[in-house]
Design a binder for this molecule. Structure first.
Ligand SMILES: [Cu+2]
Length: 155
């Protein structure tokens, strides 16, 4: 039996905790490092692949815009489509009954990448949605209504 252990390590910025499988001995270890998924935000959109491989993932968020943005990531309940959920979210309605919950939220200043990362196990066959609900002023609409909404499905 391979002797494997999982130990926490910090990235080069000492800011993001990542689980790294360390194999001892000559047998190969079953654990693979988490997949890296980079999501880019602009004023006012997200750039993300429409399809992503399932399994453990480390998700980071880069803000290429000129104003602060958040990337709030949620997993839809089975049978829910991104379009119906986006319509609901854009109307400011509670998404709690159409999602399994929030994976996490990353908030990033302009021209920065999140100093932390979201760690999750992306489930095959499921759809994940991301939104930004920030506003540039109280009199302006939230970014989600300006286009900051996107989704991907997991293969
Ligand atoms: Cu935003």
């Amino acid at each position: 039996m391979p002797r494997c252990s999982v130990s926490p390590t910090y990235d080069h910025n000492y800011s993001a905790l990542a689980a790294v499988a360390v194999c001892l001995g000559t047998l190969s270890c079953q654990a693979a490092p988490p997949r890296e998924l980079q999501i880019v935000g602009t004023d006012y959109a997200f750039a993300v692949p429409t399809k992503v491989q399932g399994g453990p993932a480390t998700i980071r968020f880069t803000n290429n815009g000129k104003v602060p943005h958040e990337m709030a990531l949620g997993r839809l309940r089975l049978g829910m489509t991104a379009d119906s959920v986006m319509a609901r979210l854009t109307q400011g309605r509670d998404p709690a009954d159409v999602t399994d919950g929030v994976v996490g939220i990353l908030i990033v200043e302009p021209a920065q990448t999140s100093i932390g990362a979201l760690q999750t196990d992306l489930l095959a066959g499921r759809t994940y949605v991301m939104i930004c609900q920030f506003r540039d002023a109280d009199s302006l609409p939230p970014h989600i209504a300006m286009g900051m909404q996107a989704s991907f499905t997991v293969e």
